[in-house]
Write a protein that binds this ligand. Structure first.
Ligand code: SF4
Length: 168
């Protein structure tokens, strides 16, 4: 299985979401939330072609990489700072490391919050990522879809209708 940053992100959000996405049930294109996130990315960095490179690596896409300063910029439209975002960027750093690019750090920008957070990859994080990858493979290979999590994040999730169709 080719694990991407999206799998790492979903693993931290909801194992059901991870399972659905990985098993080919994909509803992201219908989600206004995703479209809004893309729009925020485009309007926050209109000068992107000059400053940043887009990189495709290991099946993951890094939208904004500052090669000169070795900094990954990730923009999140979310109004909360989430662990999933941190791990997504840590995974990008790990992917670059695996391809011989050392010394990379990340910055996550939250335009709605007017905040940024710095991301680094420690040795412990790398060990943790190996465990996370094994856990992802186990969850995705399971024949049964994990249960709904009944969380407040569900209302913003593109799978909401799919997960709660029988509950209204
Ligand atoms: S709606 Fe909730 S339970 Fe369903 S996939 Fe999304 S986060 Fe998980």
């Amino acid at each position: 299985m080719n694990i991407t940053a999206t799998h790492i992100n979903y693993y931290h959000i909801c194992h059901r979401k991870l399972w659905l996405f990985s098993n080919g049930i994909n509803m992201e294109h219908t989600s206004d939330t995703v479209a809004e996130g893309k729009l925020i990315g485009e309007t926050t960095y209109p000068q992107r072609p000059e400053k940043y490179t887009e990189i495709e690596i290991g099946g993951s896409k890094i939208d904004f990489y500052d090669a000169k300063n070795k900094i990954i910029h990730e923009i999140k439209k979310s109004d909360s700072i989430e662990q999933a975002h941190q791990w997504q960027v840590k995974y990008y750093i790990w992917l670059l490391q695996q391809n011989g690019i050392e010394g990379v750090t990340g910055i996550i920008e939250y335009p709605k919050l007017k905040q940024t957070t710095k991301v680094e990859l420690s040795k412990d994080d790398s060990i943790c990522l190996e465990e996370i990858k094994q856990n992802i493979e186990r969850i995705v290979a399971d024949e049964k879809c994990p249960p709904v999590i009944n969380s407040k994040i569900c209302k913003k999730c593109s799978y909401y209708d799919f997960c709660y169709v029988n509950e209204e």
